[in-house]
Design a protein around this ligand. Structure first.
Ligand code: HAS
Length: 549
């Protein structure tokens, strides 16, 4: 007898859960690749059977940073929209499944290519590294699938708005739609380079590729990509955490405004990944550095909103004094503890980002392990630990089970292991990065470098941190399987927060998509038109396919 009870429409829960299975399968393989790659880099093991360091690094980056995140984000968003709006409409649900299957076909194709060593080009697939055309086709399918899921969410909100004229859209759904809109606009860059440059070049239809143009189109996508990862964590912080800590959402409008600022400012900043590249004039780099500092503001707003949420929740529970709220937070509840660890780690993670973005200082850290340290704090901790924290209640909600007290404890252990492992690994990365150790470099390449003796102890520490992280990842897989298949049946709460009574009324202008997409497009045109024309005009002789220019 099926005793499954869910607080969600079961059809939507199944759609969301399918994304979770695929996402955690990626974590499993990606974490193994990460462990091996770290041990090789530390000079501790040698790989058998012709497996290469860069091959593992590619698998690790793609499966964890791209595949796990994308599945988790889409599955999480579908679940929240279904909860917010009663259930998904049939059209969006069907589109959601179509998106899932197309993405999965793409992930399988890309993973096979990487495992066959036909796609050893790292997750940024910079030219002139060349993969099999099927690697790029696989990635294209992943993006197209995610677009379809995004359209499903747009359709869902559109229909809901039609049926609820004049009402403000539910906060979770609004934030999910802004994130998917950001993704839609951002992926135009990567779609352009893959379709018009990489696929023709890898099939041999054209002989050459314009490296600078491909990198520029990639980074037009690459920076908003990091906010595509971050914003779903913020959705949980803004909307879910207040409920878990027994408080209210501090301000609905502030959350919406922060997301709109991300939509506007996260695209025209890609040059901060290319500050050391010749071929882009300093003026345009400078402009994009200024815009990068603008995109820090919504994160500072988020920090403010979180503190306000904690304080008001604490005061509702009777806390007094400046920091009395601290003791009222539910530290022993993994649903809070894990995302909170993510928030705390984002403080050094964000500071590292500001260091990277600081034009001249970038010269010191660019292409060193400092950057690897930065993104392991941001995406691999702030984002991932938040996603893990959401998993502890979301999977029981989706499967009609309970988060048991024992699993809650194990979840805290798992989170702590992750944080300890990451602090060890990432601190070593930041430090050795400042000592000049290059990133993305196989042991054999740097072992004879004059500074290698100085770097090596740090690389070993990195590997030790990596081993702890691997244990934490495997524990997470165990926890996921337990919650999905073995936890006792029951009804787990979907902790959807409510807005504080005192909060100001949400201005409808925040839902005027034409304005925000218009401003976003204008900034993109200002930041990119002239430099792109310059790149194309000065492209190397015979660089197809745009020589008609
Ligand atoms: Fe970054 C490189 C600049 C944020 C990810 N970044 C990367 C790469 C990745 C990445 C993957 O300007 C490597 C790409 C590659 O392979 O080459 N990054 C920034 C800046 C920010 C930033 C300015 N990055 C992120 C996030 C990421 C991410 C988020 C993933 C999710 N990054 C750069 C630059 C480079 C770069 C350069 C290129 C470097 C190079 O040379 O190649 C900002 O968005 C950061 C703003 C964040 C803050 C922190 C706010 C803090 C909050 C928490 C509050 C805590 C609370 C808890 C409330 C200002 C919101 C308190 C509780 C208590 C109890 C106290």
């Amino acid at each position: 007898m099926n005793t499954r009870k869910s607080v969600l429409d079961v059809r939507d829960a199944n759609l969301s859960m399918a994304h979770m299975y695929a996402g955690y399968a990626a974590v499993f393989i990606g974490a193994i690749a990460g462990l091996l790659q770290g041990l090789v880099r530390g000079g501790l093991i040698e790989l058998p059977a012709g497996i290469g360091y860069y091959q593992l690094l590619t698998a690790h980056g793609i499966l964890l940073a791209l595949v796990f995140t994308t599945y988790f984000i889409i599955g999480f968003f579908f679940s929240g929209m279904s909860k917010n709006m009663g259930s998904l409409y049939d059209g969006p649900r069907k589109a959601g499944w179509a998106g899932f299957y197309i993405m999965t076909a793409g992930v399988i194709l890309t993973t096979i290519m990487v495992l066959l060593n036909e796609g050893t080009v790292l997750y940024t697939f910079y030219a002139p590294l060349q993969a099999s055309p099927y690697f790029y086709i696989g990635l294209t399918l992943v993006v197209v699938g995610s677009w379809i899921s995004g359209y499903a969410m747009f359709g869902q909100l559109y229909k809901w708005k039609k049926e609820n004229r004049g009402k403000v859209s539910p906060l979770f759904s609004y934030l999910a739609v802004v994130t998917m809109l950001l993704w839609q606009i951002a992926t135009l860059g990567v779609a352009a380079t893959v379709l018009f440059q990489f696929i023709p070049w890898s099939f041999g239809w054209v002989e050459k590729i314009d490296v600078l143009l491909s990198r520029t189109l990639f980074w037009y996508f690459g920076h908003p990509l990091v906010y595509f990862w971050l914003l779903p964590a913020y959705v949980g912080w803004y909307v879910i955490i207040p409920k878990i800590i027994g408080g209210k959402i501090f301000s609905d409008s502030l959350a919406r405004l922060a997301f709109i600022l991300f939509l506007i400012f996260s695209m025209p900043v890609g040059f901060h990944h290319q500050l050391l590249e010749p071929g882009i004039s300093p003026f345009w780099k400078y402009l994009q550095v200024v815009l990068t500092f603008m995109v820090i503001i919504p994160s500072l707003m988020t920090a403010f909103a979180m503190f306000a949420t904690f304080e008001t929740a604490g005061r509702m529970k009777g806390s007094t004094g400046l920091f009395g709220w601290f003791k009222k937070l539910p530290w022993s509840d993994v649903r809070f503890f894990a995302p909170m660890m993510g928030m705390l780690i984002f403080i050094p993670g964000g500071i590292g980002g500001i260091v990277n973005a600081s034009h001249q200082i970038n010269q010191m850290v660019h292409n060193t392990l400092f950057i690897t340290g930065h993104f392991h704090l941001t995406v691999a901790t702030t984002v991932v630990v938040s996603f893990f924290g959401f998993t502890y209640w979301l999977v029981p909600v989706l499967t009609g089970r309970k988060l048991t007290a024992k699993m809650n404890k194990l979840g805290i252990v798992q989170t702590l292991l992750w944080i300890v492992g990451m602090l060890i690994m990432s601190t070593a990365m930041h430090t050795v990065g400042l000592l000049g150790s290059p990133r993305r470099t196989a042991f054999t390449t740097y072992q004879d470098h004059p500074d290698a003796v100085m770097w090596m102890p740090y690389h070993v520490v990195m590997a030790i941190g990596g081993v702890i992280l691997f244990i934490a990842a495997m524990l997470m897989i165990y926890n996921f399987i337990y919650l999905a298949f073995f936890a006792p049946r029951g009804v787990e709460e979907y902790p959807m927060g409510e807005v504080a009574n005192e909060a100001e009324k949400t201005p409808m202008i925040l839902e005027n998509w034409k304005i925000w997409i218009g401003v976003s497009a204008a900034l993109i045109l200002i930041a990119y038109t002239v430099p792109l024309i310059g790149i194309i005009e000065n492209s190397p002789p015979g660089s197809p396919p745009y020589r008609f220019w």
